[in-house]
Write a protein that binds this ligand. Structure first.
Ligand SMILES: [Zn+2]
Length: 887
């Protein structure tokens, strides 16, 4: 699954308060036949199901999962006899127990179940979606919602094959995991579609979508690949179709196991809670994660769509073919798919500089993992809420980062050999984390089974201390380790954690990079030797380390401009992230950080500027006082306007993707944080041109233009944006305007945007607009009050589940004020959200850490800005807007 909220933050979210205890065992399914008859008239479906299973011993009961299901008749046939069951439901444990008068013998048995289910509005199980007044059925089973759609053994280790049949209205079609094998008229006015038997798989991978789908298809490696949409959006399918074909071919080769189904459908649905879901052979996406106008789309949107497709397709092997035995190892699924994502994309679009994004992601993951209330990658989970809570930045980003580090340490071919071994050994079955690192260790003959547990079972980020000196013609390197925390008080506490860390170091002499070597740091302190004498040692050579590090900043300064020749762009991104981490613990100052960012601003690619922009936003929102703002804006303009001028405001034919992205980042940052009058004036002209003719502005630049215009816009422009949303020709255009509604500075427009979230104009899946509203200091108080006042309505609108809770949990992290921390704490006491206690603590910790950072760095920042000479052309706009929050 790909969580939509990960776009906004590293963190997590959870669902519902119901428990999901494990099944008692004794019965295991081999095959399901499930026929559903869809009744849109009353939003129900009739289910006719048989389950072929095996009983390990004789029994008078069988217990499986079922919830919100009305049972009509249940029988079991075993040993040549058929008996009718008495059905008892356990709502709390989401199970049904069938009790029989006579014992069922050990061995094979067949259950036959007739029931009615509900097409719910909660975005789970088989649920109802609508588009232009037309009803659709969509499915979402992960983690524990197959039981809402059909009675089943709803745990990942109960793998079985599935035969699905759907009886649906004339004019509608249906898509499921298998290809369609027959479509016959009847009963009555309806028609009945039968699908081919699925591979042996877990119940959370079952898919069924019903409605008026239009599909665009092509073939690769003998597989029919399709992109399916509601009518009228087929023109947005070319890009995702090309990506799917390229990635399928790449994965067939990488995994060494061919994709086993004859077809792969990618379906964009109008209402979806997550970003996408990897159902085997029938991947379901929210529209914005799949559909794109190839001609006008931004580079960012193309990259986002490619990433989602690559992630879900990676799961077709890692997750679908081999599945974790239990949810406590879901990190292996999600972390692996996240790790894999850049590989086929780099192969497909070499000019996207995908490797830079990986380094930025590692930095981002470490930032999220540097708090007290983080968790280890592996975490026990038994209840529904506990399981849902595991789909977080640790499972996705941290796991992927650790895997990148190991791939870099072993080399890509050795790492791949380990992956192939693991998949071959467990195909169509289940596996544990130990199975994975065992296979990696055997394939690589390196102690991966000792390294990985130290990162998977312990929480937090290591900090590597480095002392280097020249001895006898070589560099003697003393490395040490402790845990990194993002506040000085926590960081300076003694701690006992020891990791096994592959530390890669590079010696540097003057303007040339010397030897690169990797060492395995397994003790608190260890001595190593790097060949040759080095003036400076960079302790994260290749930039793939999941650790923060100390370095000799005086020696780095002596390198001067040579930094840009001796460090790769990726290493510079890692250096910047690390500089921020050193600043957080008081080792360096925010001025050091800003100066380094300014020095490295011409780094090729856009990833460094992108992460730097995020940090500048934090500085702007939380550290810059109103009195210092003109000096901060002047510094931004002095440093970055020339870079933008050089790129030009308008796209030029032949611009590389990175130039387009860098231009947009600079434009948005200067227009929103810098209040640069030239940029603002340009945005106001360009936005009107863009609304008249979207082809007049480069697609990547359009988002920045809309955002800057909104930040400096008025009620008239707000109205225009709402009109444009109705005419939007792609999801990207629609959401470009939609999220920009959160940027208008006028309180009455903020109120209008907030009120709209309670109306049908805003879909339940789009309540995430509340997050940028909470992030912007000028709208956050009003937004927080609104969210508290309408708590019940907002939760109801998201089906009481993921999205609603997530919006509150993420939103709460936006504050930087001790009083707000107390208010947020009080709010959580009133609305306990069982199962999300750790997230609540994280939110409070995040607010408190921000307050500490401000106390520690606001004074030094003020002094540093004065030293910069306070150039004069900044306006006194008091810009306090978050740049890029709506990306
Ligand atoms: Zn996933």
């Amino acid at each position: 699954m790909k969580k939509f909220l990960l776009i906004f933050a590293v963190g997590l979210l959870a669902c519902c308060s119901a428990t999901a205890q494990r099944l008692p065992g004794g019965a295991s399914p081999d095959h399901y036949s499930l026929a559903v008859n869809i009744n849109f008239a009353n939003n129900t479906f009739d289910g006719d199901e048989t389950i072929d299973l095996k009983l390990s011993k004789a029994s008078t009961t069988i217990t499986l999962n079922a919830v919100e299901i009305d049972f009509h008749n249940v029988t079991a046939t075993a040993g040549g006899k058929t008996q009718t069951a008495k059905v008892s439901l356990d709502e709390k444990n989401e199970t049904a127990t069938f009790t029989f008068d006579n014992q069922l013998p050990a061995g094979p048995a067949t259950l036959s179940i007739k029931y009615t289910g509900h097409l719910n509005d909660k975005l789970r199980g088989f649920y109802l979606s609508t588009y232009k007044g037309k009803k659709y059925v969509v499915s979402q089973m992960e983690s524990t919602d197959a039981r809402v759609a059909f009675p089943c053994f709803d745990e990942p280790s109960y793998k079985a094959t599935f035969d699905l049949t759907a009886t649906i209205d004339k004019g509608d079609t249906a898509i499921s995991n298998g290809e369609i094998v027959s479509d016959t008229p009847g009963p009555g006015d309806k028609h009945t579609i039968k699908f081919a038997t699925s591979p042996r798989m877990s119940s959370y991978l079952v898919a069924l979508t019903v409605g008026d789908w239009k599909c665009v298809s092509d073939h690769t490696d003998g597989v029919k690949v399709s992109v399916c949409t509601v009518p009228g959006k087929e023109n947005l399918a070319a890009f995702p179709l090309a990506a799917s074909k390229a990635f399928l071919h790449y994965y067939d080769s990488y995994y060494g196991i061919k994709y086993p189904l004859p077809k792969l459908d990618n379906i964009a649905v109008p209402d979806f809670q997550a970003g996408a879901m990897e159902n085997w052979g029938a991947i379901i996406y929210r529209e914005t994660a799949l559909l794109i106008d190839d001609k006008t789309a931004s580079v960012d949107a193309k990259q986002g769509v490619a990433e989602t497709i690559a992630h879900e397709m990676a799961h077709q092997w890692f997750g679908d073919l081999v599945t974790m035995a239990w949810w406590d190892d879901i990190w292996l699924n999600e972390g692996f798919a996240t790790w894999m994502t850049p590989h086929p994309i780099a192969n497909w679009k070499s000019d996207w500089m995908v490797g830079q994004g990986v380094v930025a992601e590692i930095d981002h993951s470490m930032a999220g993992d540097s708090v007290m209330n983080t968790r280890p990658i592996h975490q026990e989970a038994e209840t529904r809420a506990e399981i849902e809570q595991l789909f977080d930045g640790i499972a996705y980003g941290k796991t992927a980062s650790v895997l990148h580090m190991l791939e870099s340490y072993l080399g890509p071919e050795t790492f791949r050999a380990g992956v192939n071994l693991y998949l071959k050994e467990h195909a169509y079955g289940n596996a544990t984390a130990a199975d994975f690192w065992g296979a990696m260790a055997r394939a690589s003959k390196k102690p991966i089974d000792e390294i990985m547990p130290t990162f998977v079972l312990q929480k937090g980020v290591p900090f590597v201390g480095v002392e280097a000196k020249c001895e006898g013609g070589n560099t003697s390197l003393k490395l040490s380790q402790k845990r990194y925390f993002d506040t000085p008080a926590a960081f300076n506490q003694p701690d006992q954690q020891i990791w096994q860390i592959p530390v890669c170091a590079k010696g540097i002499n003057g303007s040339s990079a010397g030897n690169h070597e990797c060492f395995l740091l397994t003790q608190r302190e260890q001595q190593f030797t790097l060949k040759g004498c080095s003036k400076f040692v960079f302790p994260d050579s290749s930039a793939m380390g999941y650790y923060r590090f100390d370095y000799d900043s005086a020696a780095l300064h002596q390198l001067g401009n040579a930094v840009e020749t001796v460090l790769t762009p990726e290493e510079r991104i890692a250096l910047m992230g690390n500089e921020w981490a050193l600043m957080r613990v008081g080792k360096h100052s925010v001025g050091d950080y800003l100066a380094l960012g300014a020095q490295l601003k011409n780094t090729p690619g856009s990833a460094l500027m992108d992460s730097f922009g995020d940090r500048l936003t934090e500085i702007n929102d939380h550290l810059v006082t109103d009195a210092d703002r003109p000096a901060f804006q002047a510094w931004l303009q002095t440093q970055f306007s020339p870079v933008l001028q050089q790129l030009g405001y308008n796209g030029k034919p032949g611009d590389t993707p990175e130039q387009k992205q860098k231009r947009a980042l600079l434009f948005e940052g200067l227009g929103i944080m810098g209040d640069d009058p030239q940029v603002v004036a340009k945005a106001q002209v360009m936005v009107q041109e863009y609304m008249k003719d979207p082809s007049s502005v480069d697609g990547t630049m359009a988002h920045a233009v809309i955002a800057v215009a909104a930040r400096h816009g008025d009620a008239q422009l707000y109205k225009q944006f709402k009109e444009q949303m109705q005419k939007a020709s792609s999801p990207e255009q629609y959401y470009g305007y939609f999220y920009a509604l959160s940027l208008f500075p006028q309180p009455d427009l903020t109120k209008e945007t907030l009120d709209s979230t309670l109306t049908p104009a805003v879909r339940g899946q789009d309540l995430y607009i509340l997050i940028p509203l909470l992030r912007h200091p000028n709208s956050q108080d009003e937004t927080w009050s609104f969210m508290q006042a309408h708590f019940d309505d907002l939760m109801k609108k998201t089906g009481g589940g993921l999205g609603g809770v997530g919006v509150f949990l993420y939103g709460a992290q936006s504050f930087c004020d001790a009083q707000k921390a107390a208010q947020v704490q009080q709010f959580f006491q009133q609305h306990p959200f069982p199962g999300t206690e750790r997230n609540q603590k994280q939110a409070i910790e995040s607010i408190n850490n921000c307050v500490q950072l401000r106390d520690q760095q606001q004074g030094p920042l003020s002094a540093w800005l004065k030293q910069q000479g306070g150039v004069t052309n900044a306006s006194n706009g008091g810009a306090t807007m978050t740049a890029g929050a709506s990306r």
